[in-house]
Ligand binder design. Structure first.
Ligand SMILES: [Zn+2]
Length: 191
């Protein structure tokens, strides 16, 4: 029986590394996989998923109009579907991934952020938290040593940003993973 998995975490918890490691494991057993990356996050161009520790693999680029079920049902002999930056999926696309599991019997592993820089779920994360069969938290730590669950957006000078678009494309902003308490005290967003 196939399952729909959601591996979620704050920023910099090794989601992409974990995805590529899993893909590698399938490859070693001679099993065929397909990887997907969102057009928003095509950082390296031409559909390449790259981890910070140097692994990389080609991926299919999807946009808001992409239908996962229609694409995957035409692939032969597929053993696993892997989706990076799954927070950017639409609700409909998450449901299509569920259909791949239910009607094509192919496991689907998605990796993404739980919440944005204001502490709200992304569309894809919200739907995945609702319907995934298996939820797995990948952990990283706050500067205080507690588990980091929130993402703080900062600008190039290190100032915290509390307003703006949920998805920041091509800006100079960066993210720091923090625990909920320090998200509150540092940004004042949840207080
Ligand atoms: Zn903390």
């Amino acid at each position: 029986m196939a399952s729909l998995y959601f591996y979620y975490s704050a920023m910099n918890a090794g989601k992409t590394t974990s995805l590529l490691q899993t893909d590698h494991n399938y490859g070693e057993r001679g099993m065929k996989t397909v990887l997907f990356i969102n057009a928003i996050d095509d950082r390296y161009g031409k559909g390449l998923i790259k981890s910070r520790i140097g692994l990389q693999k080609e991926a299919v680029i999807y946009d808001a109009n992409f239908n996962f079920y229609d694409y995957v049902k035409n692939l032969e002999g597929l053993s696993c579907v892997l989706v990076d930056e799954a927070q950017f999926l639409s609700r409909e696309q998450v449901d299509q991934l569920g259909d791949i599991v239910d009607f094509l019997d192919i496991p689907v592993l998605t990796y993404g952020l739980r919440t944005d820089f204001q502490g709200n779920c992304f569309s894809g994360s919200e739907r995945l938290l609702a319907i995934a069969d298996i939820l797995v938290e990948l952990k990283t730590v706050c500067f205080c040593g507690k588990k980091a669950t929130m993402n703080m957006r900062i600008d190039a000078e290190g100032n915290k940003i509390t307003e703006g678009q949920q998805i920041d494309i091509g800006g100079n902003e960066k993210y720091i993973s923090v625990c909920r308490k320090h998200f509150k005290t540092e940004t004042k967003i949840l207080r």
